[in-house]
Write a protein that binds this ligand. Structure first.
Ligand SMILES: Cc1cc2nc3c(=O)[nH]c(=O)nc-3n(C[C@H](O)[C@H](O)[C@H](O)COP(=O)(O)OP(=O)(O)OC[C@H]3O[C@@H](n4cnc5c(N)ncnc54)[C@H](O)[C@@H]3O)c2cc1C
Length: 355
């Protein structure tokens, strides 16, 4: 029996698991899925979990069951490519014949003093739960600083103000306009939504230091009651520590078949992989489909495709609370209720297809 180990049951790992369970795989292959949590997490909804507008149950999906798929729950500490084994913080090492690394990403605090220690996060389910607790225990008029005006910062700020209009929410962004790389129509729409809902936008910010309940923006020291970090991501530590070629964002450079050069049995999927696009759930899923094709060919001893067509990305959708949204579909900006309905529809379909 050959053992395929999949590290991480996120969007990439889950899509691969579903392909394997739905479409069958050879009798002599056993699959082991490793994750720190015993369910698939809907990471794209962590902003709502942290804001307190959806339940914990709503972001969890059960892993599929199959007689030749087993699950191991533990914290991966490192990946030894030479000895073909996975090391854990507590458990015994696990060996593999083939490996798919899909451990996702965590916050990048850009070496800003105090940022790792004194900010809350929405990058993992346990951290989002802590953020939920901290934000929802705040009293009337307390100040919440959200650092980073990208998609997740915007979604968190809007979801939070809708449920807690009594909070003083400030969104710090380093550009002179929010969503500055998007069409002006979108950034104007999102900015006016925030103005209308009394969220303070702090443009051209440069956070230089964070202390307990204190934020340093340029030379100004701002007292805050909670600070949430949404200003950058990087692959998780066990991946950052791997002695293989990475891009500027510390993501692993891959062959056209999604393997690590020199290691034809080791694939990397999702946020850990250098794919030339901004990381996203849809990118991780598209890549997982291609990895599945390579595995089938390998197992059948057939030639592996020399390359794949570019992964099709359908667009970007963001929410502004429960009723409004924004997005880019086929390069065209969409705003308002329709964007929000589309986003809810995508989530509904995802949950439906994942049982
Ligand atoms: C608030 C927010 C909103 C987003 N919105 C969108 C969106 O609208 N559309 C979109 O396409 N993308 C969105 N994204 C990005 C998307 O969530 C990621 O790109 C996607 O989750 C990447 O999938 P992945 O499989 O690489 O990793 P993940 O989905 O992050 O899965 C990684 C898995 O690895 C496990 N893991 C990590 N480290 C360890 C370890 N050391 N040991 C054991 N297990 C471990 C985790 O528990 C997790 O299950 C959003 C992200 C955030 C934070």
């Amino acid at each position: 029996m050959k053992n395929l180990v999949i590290l991480g049951g996120g969007y990439g790992g889950m899509r691969l698991l579903n392909k394997l369970t739905d479409q069958h795989f050879p009798e002599d292959i056993h699959v082991t899925l490793v994750d720190r949590v015993p369910y698939h997490c809907l990471k794209t909804e962590f902003y709502a979990l942290a804001a307190g507008s959806i339940s914990d149950h709503a972001v969890r999906v059960a892993f599929p069951k199959h007689e030749r798929i087993s699950y191991k729950y533990g914290e991966v500490s490192s990946i030894d490519l030479e000895k073909k084994r996975i090391l854990f913080t507590q458990d015994e090492p696990l060996t593999y014949d083939e490996l798919v690394i899909g451990l996702g990403c965590e916050d990048n605090h850009h070496n800003i003093p105090g940022a790792a220690e004194y900010t809350y996060s929405i990058q993992s389910i346990d951290k989002s739960r802590s953020t939920y607790q901290a934000l929802n225990n705040l009293g009337h008029g307390k100040v919440v600083a959200i650092i980073g005006g990208g998609l997740s910062g915007i979604e968190l700020a809007s979801e939070l103000i809708e449920g807690r209009p009594d909070l003083d929410i400030r969104l710090y962004d380093r550009n002179d306009k929010i969503l500055s790389s998007f069409p002006t129509k979108l950034s104007n729409y999102v900015e006016s939504w925030f103005v209308e809902h009394n969220v303070t936008l702090v443009h051209n910010s440069n956070i230089t230091r964070i202390e307990p309940n204190l934020l340093y923006n340029h030379d100004e020291v701002i007292p805050c009651d909670a600070i949430v970090w949404t200003a950058g991501i990087q692959p998780v530590e066990p991946v950052r520590n791997m002695p293989v070629e990475k891009d500027k964002g510390n993501k692993i450079v891959l062959t056209k078949q999604h393997t690590i050069p020199g290691y034809p049995d080791v694939f990397v999927v999702g946020d850990c992989a250098a794919l030339g696009h901004a990381p996203s759930a849809q990118l991780a899923e598209g890549q997982a489909e291609q990895i599945y094709q390579v595995l089938l060919k390998k197992w059948a001893n057939e030639p592996i495709p020399e390359s794949f067509p570019p992964i099709k990305l359908k667009g970007i959708l963001g929410s502004l609370g429960k009723k409004h949204g924004f997005g880019l579909m086929a390069e065209r900006p969409i705003t308002g209720r329709m964007a929000r309905v589309l986003k809810s529809g995508v989530l509904w379909m995802y949950k439906y297809h994942n049982g």
